[in-house]
Design a protein around this ligand. Structure first.
Ligand code: PLP
Length: 411
């Protein structure tokens, strides 16, 4: 007998979208070595870590070299010093009470949003907004929850909640019962948000249907407008039905440093086949203590500095910088008649392609005529066809230069 593979992996789309984009850029640059390409595709920050963070990072690295302050394995769930700062700064001021045992520090929201599905049965019906951060879909494909993809680009057993111009990017509640619902707000890729009333509908749906919402708030720090919830727990009852994912990647530049956290409230329950309830907090704790050995001590110390007053100020400045870029992109593109969405509470701007071009054609046009790289909307799901995403994670100069180049094109 030969080793058998997990054949669900064969159901995945062949190329992760960013690999495809990287390939196209490489090919284009080889053929056009003079082209000064501005990359506005990948959602990665460009500003370095703040001074307050780097200082703590260095101090903690030095501690590791001294007998008395050396740290070996830490708690799998994260150090109390960081957990307490999270509760005190990110939740208490919004009237949300959390226990230390409800916060799980990790090395990324990507891992957590990808891994969380492991604690749920394969029978669950899963719903995703469409377009969507691909990790939610692909991790369920790998687990075997979705079945194969149909010709229309949709996995057969996944429920898609289209978010398009037609519904102003506000997903409609599912018409059939779903068990797990992935929501991400502010949204990647559309950059749009739900206000409290709109999010409340989802929490009420989950309560009524005994569903669970997996709420990804990786871009929470970009929220500028009032009445946009920073945490799903601002909505009454959400602690019984929602897991929340947060990350230091986009607020504090930890994309290469790696630190994030997930909130699994004690009250949230799942059911076994006999209808008995089981706390998800117990299951996630069990999963993490078995498969994860914690984030490094220096990284958690660095993350703690995010909550120092100096850290807070420096981070606020970086976010404002990116948000100003977002505004420049929005206004420039609007002024040449394009339909643009997002970018107000988000580093992402979602553009409707002109003349009903498809996403990849518009991608190629921007690359070829303006040397600008975006992300084709269709890479985020079938409802992303006909859109393209730009990000504000760039220098102000590059952002302005990119907008000048696009403004000189005629569509
Ligand atoms: N969630 C969303 C919606 C994202 O867009 C990203 C990264 O782009 C992540 C999670 C990943 O976050 P992390 O860097 O913490 O793994």
């Amino acid at each position: 007998m030969a080793v058998k593979i997990n054949e669900n992996y064969l159901l995945l789309k062949s190329n992760y979208i960013f690999a495809e984009i990287a390939q196209r850029i490489e090919n284009y640059q080889t053929e056009h070595p003079q082209a000064n390409i501005i990359k506005m595709g990948i959602g990665d920050v460009t500003k370095p870590l703040a001074n307050a963070i780097i200082r703590e990072f260095h101090n903690a690295v030095n501690e590791m070299s001294v007998n008395d302050t050396f740290h070996g394995y830490g708690p799998e769930q994260g150090y109390e010093f960081l957990i307490n700062e999270i509760i005190k700064n990110d939740y208490k001021p919004r009237g949300i009470q959390l226990n230390e045992s409800e916060v799980f520090i990790s090395d990324g929201a990507k891992c957590d949003t990808g891994n969380i599905q492991e604690i749920f049965s394969l029978d669950n019906k899963v719903a995703v907004t469409d377009p969507v951060y691909p990790v939610y879909v692909d991790s369920n494909v790998m687990a075997g929850r979705t079945g194969p993809m149909s010709d229309d680009g949709r996995y057969q057993n996944l429920i898609y909640l289209p978010c398009t111009e037609e519904n102003e990017f506000i997903p409609k509640l599912p018409s059939s019962n779903v068990d797990l619902i992935y929501l991400c707000y502010p949204n990647n890729p559309t950059g749009t948000t739900l206000n409290k009333e709109q999010l409340r509908e989802w929490v009420d749906y989950a309560i009524d249907n005994k569903s669970i919402i997996l709420f990804d708030a990786a871009y929470e720090a970009y929220i500028q407008e009032k009445n946009i919830p920073h945490s799903i727990y601002e909505i009454n009852g959400a602690k019984e039905v929602a897991v929340e994912f947060r990350s230091f990647s986009k607020n504090a530049g930890f994309t290469g440093t790696r630190c994030a956290y997930t909130i699994v409230p004690e009250e949230i329950m799942g059911y076994d086949a006999q209808g008995q309830t089981h706390p998800l907090n117990y299951l996630w704790n069990r999963r993490q203590t078995t498969k994860f050995n914690g984030v490094s001590y220096p990284v958690q110390k660095a993350a703690m500095a995010v909550y120092s007053s100096e850290g807070k100020n420096e981070i606020k400045e970086s976010i404002s910088y990116y948000i100003k870029n977002s505004a420049i992109i929005r206004e420039s593109l609007k002024s040449i008649g394009l339909n643009v969405y997002g970018g107000v509470n988000s580093p992402y701007i979602w553009i409707k392609t002109p003349k009903n071009m498809n996403s990849w054609d518009f991608f190629d046009l921007l690359l070829d005529k303006a040397y600008i790289v975006g992300t084709p909307g269709v890479g985020f799901g079938p409802s992303g066809e006909g859109y393209l995403r730009l990000t504000s994670f760039n220098t102000l100069e590059n952002t302005k230069e990119a907008m000048n180049r696009i403004s000189n094109l005629s569509f």
